[in-house]
Ligand binder design. Structure first.
Ligand code: SF4
Length: 335
């Protein structure tokens, strides 16, 4: 399969106290056409900053973005904002945890989706509205014609989320970035929205980057999974392989803490003893070493190399390199 998005050595550094602090520190991955890639990590892992950098949305003074983000053979790092703005919405769209950040409260849902379509295509108001109503219907919004005339605050959280996905899809983007799209929803609605996101791959031929702190969401939705820790990739692999046989102690810890399928989902990752380091205080070598029961001298002297542990499956940990299998009992030790 060919790559839609190829990210190489992405680094996003913010200035603080006269230094540049890398929040995202050398992230590389590939997203293939019609693939759903889960980007998972605790808050502060750099997952949302990665997403914003991919969209060219980090334009604050003093922030440095380096490396390469190649989208359909176009380099996005360093692309002028005007060109990036054109790509956003048309070819790359984003959905957020809170639909109220995407919609303006003072206009109807339909009007806002119509405008999004008309900003990128020369179509009449009637043509845009017909597309909006069809999209809302496709997203499972009941009575889409009437719903289009309602204001965001008049819809339930689940319906607003469906409307936001409709707006994101309105220009047929080839890449959809979804940042914690279901975190604010109750479990039943969450399952419905995940089902909808999964179906977009087939109905709209979308490739999706799904950002979440919830391994349960990843398990249900993603073809491949990338685990971020302290701004670096800890593990990347096919979701089935990564869940069946994690190669990084951090991934194993996350898996041990998945809540029961029918229970409420926590808002944060359940506790793995300790907390991730602040980016300005990353320890030398493996950033997970202060929390890892398998840390030894080799872990703290140099960055662990990426080692292939299966087909398309990699982990940044010295254990596979040293030939030490990750003990299954680590699951109990970490939680
Ligand atoms: Fe643990 Fe060392 Fe692997 Fe880091 S490199 S996860 S400290 S065993």
């Amino acid at each position: 399969p060919s790559a839609l998005l190829d990210v190489r050595n992405l680094r996003v550094s913010f200035p603080a106290r006269g230094q540049m602090i890398p929040i995202v520190d050398g992230v590389s991955f590939t997203l293939n056409h019609q693939d759903i890639l889960g980007l998972v990590g605790e808050s502060g892992s750099g997952k949302s900053v990665t997403a914003l950098a991919l969209m060219g949305l980090i334009d604050a003074p003093g922030v440095q973005v380096t490396g390469s983000v190649c989208f359909r053979d176009q380099e996005l790092v360093g692309m002028p904002q005007k060109k990036l703005r054109h790509l956003r919405g048309k070819e790359i769209a984003m959905i957020f945890q809170d639909p109220m950040t995407a919609f303006t409260p003072v206009y109807t849902i339909g009007w806002q989706i119509d405008e999004q379509i008309r900003a990128h295509e020369r179509v009449s108001r009637q043509q845009a509205r017909a597309r909006t109503v069809k999209l809302l219907g496709d997203m499972g919004v009941p009575d889409p014609e009437r719903t289009a005339n309602r204001y965001p605050h008049q819809l339930s959280g689940g319906l607003r989320q469906r409307a936001m996905i409709a707006m994101a899809l309105s220009c047929n983007p080839s890449l959809l970035i979804a940042d914690e799209p279901t975190t604010a929803l109750d479990v039943t609605v969450q399952a419905q929205i995940l089902e909808l996101i999964r179906s977009l791959r087939d109905t709209h031929h979308s490739s999706i980057l799904l950002i979440t702190h919830d391994m349960g969401v990843v398990a249900e939705t993603c073809d491949n999974t990338m685990v971020l820790y302290s701004g670096r990739v800890a593990e990347y692999g096919p979701t089935s392989a990564l869940f069946a046989s994690p190669s990084h102690p951090y991934t194993a810890g996350l898996l041990a803490s998945i809540p029961p399928l029918d229970g409420p989902r926590p808002l944060r990752l359940p506790a793995i003893a300790g907390a991730p380091p602040l980016p300005q205080n990353r320890p030398a070598g493996c950033a997970f070493s202060p929390r890892c029961p398998y840390a030894h001298t080799a872990c703290t002297t140099a960055l662990p190399p990426y080692i292939a542990t299966g087909p398309d499956h990699f982990a940044a940990c010295v254990l596979p390199q040293e030939g030490t299998p990750l003990p299954t009992r680590i699951r109990n030790e970490l939680v």
